[in-house]
Design a protein around this ligand. Sequence first.
Ligand SMILES: NC(=O)C1=CN([C@@H]2O[C@H](COP(=O)(O)OP(=O)(O)OC[C@H]3O[C@@H](n4cnc5c(N)ncnc54)[C@H](O)[C@@H]3O)[C@@H](O)[C@H]2O)C=CC1
Ligand SMILES: O=C(O)C(=O)COP(=O)(O)O
Length: 468
Amino acid sequence: MSSAKDIAMSAALERSFSNNLSVSPSATFHSPPSSFLSGGLPRRTTMPKPLKPFNTEDIKILLLENVNQTGRDILTAQGYQVEFLKTSLPEDQLIEKIRDVHVIGIRSKTKLTEKVLREAKNLLVIGCFCIGTNQVDLEYAASHGIAVFNSPFANSRSVAELVIAEIIMLARQLGDRSNEMHRGTWNKVSSKCWEIRGKTLGIVGYGHIGSQLSVLAESMGMSVIYYDVLTLMAIGTAKQVPTLQALLQEADFVTLHVPETPETKNMISSKEFEQMKTGAYLINASRGTVVDIPALIKAMRGGKIAGAALDVYPHEPAANGDYFNAQLNQWGEELRGLNNIILTPHIGGSTEEAQRAIGVEVADALVRYINQGSTVGSVNMPEVTMRSLTLDEPNHARVIYIHRNVPGVLRKVTEILSGHNVDRQITDSKGKVAYLMADVSTVNTDDIKTIHDSLDLLNSRILTRVLY
Ligand SMILES: NC(=O)C1=CN([C@@H]2O[C@H](COP(=O)(O)OP(=O)(O)OC[C@H]3O[C@@H](n4cnc5c(N)ncnc54)[C@H](O)[C@@H]3O)[C@@H](O)[C@H]2O)C=CC1
Ligand SMILES: O=C(O)C(=O)COP(=O)(O)O
């Protein structure tokens, strides 16, 4: 029977068949860093050391958009090769780079379209170190066996706090007064400056951010109404309204917290501005496509809208630097010329607290997926996990078979595994893709190769991985 080390070697070899990993002859087990153990998998009282599968130095990771140090530390501690860039990349450079890597970490700017992903022949997993996943073609990724993870709420509080600040800034025209003082002008006015106490906040999209904001706004004396496509539990004394129109007609401040989808594109346009109260305010910290910017400019110039705060834009640059001058948009100059408009460079989630938490959460999810195949928290794969195999379980292998969700697959997989003891197995599906995970024992190097090759020959195969 092979030793655990042999099996790790063979696992690395097996992976090289499906993922073109180069395999170093020095594959060994290392004691795992603490992050490996902190991933939310079942713990035992006397914790056997989880196996560190295959040669982790073979895993190549590209991190873009200044992913936080916490995340980089977790990934480098695993021994992976981590390349880090502060900015996003233009499409041609992205395509060049993505061909080579097994993992890519991005934030909201990097567009992983079908065109880009088609070139990503070795890619196993994408980490979105942010909330939004609209920048990734999730369906294409899933149908090619690429799992996608994000951080669903680690920056929600930061966004909600930014919006609170903006509500008061707009109500008191703070941006304009501050700009005037910077230019040396003393302009003390109270006309059309308001307290927020007693005013109505209309929240569009009552998810993680919207509901957090609801709590903060009520604690400052605002009344909260919200509109959402789902019927959701109201927090505090907030009230759900049945239509967007009902919200727009009643709210003094309208704030948007919906994802970017075809339905939310230009959700707030001329018709919606017409429906808003005269003198109302608009805040958009969701996605730039949700607001029709020329319509906003018109509504502000005509006095219908008394102020606006924009954190997000239809086109955002890959790196810090000149924006309105560099971007091909006709309205940049017009926006800057308006009164009482706050323009921020997509900083809703940009706090130390949020970025550190996101770094840890997403990097941990990537490690669990790469090393153990666990898809818990994935946004485009069925959620499947099992406890990790440990050093006191030699001659085991973990089989991961991502396949098209069609009839008859399980029978064929069972046949392939039938010569071995299947210690545990779990399978689940999401749409057209299914994910099967099985731990088999009494396997040696040749067995693993046979299992891998046989699974690879099935018509239903999307991706086969054998770990340990
Ligand atoms: N400015 C920034 O830095 C940040 C922006 N965001 C953006 O904020 C968005 C919202 O974030 P979360 O609250 O965490 O998302 P979430 O998924 O928790 O909540 C979104 C809510 O919008 C609702 N919704 C979806 N489509 C809708 C529609 N057509 N009409 C009405 N409601 C609709 C959903 O049912 C859900 O309740 C993210 O998708 C992201 O695009 C998120 C974090 C930071
Ligand atoms: O979390 C999100 O969806 C955001 O919009 C924040 O994006 P960022 O990480 O700042 O690129």
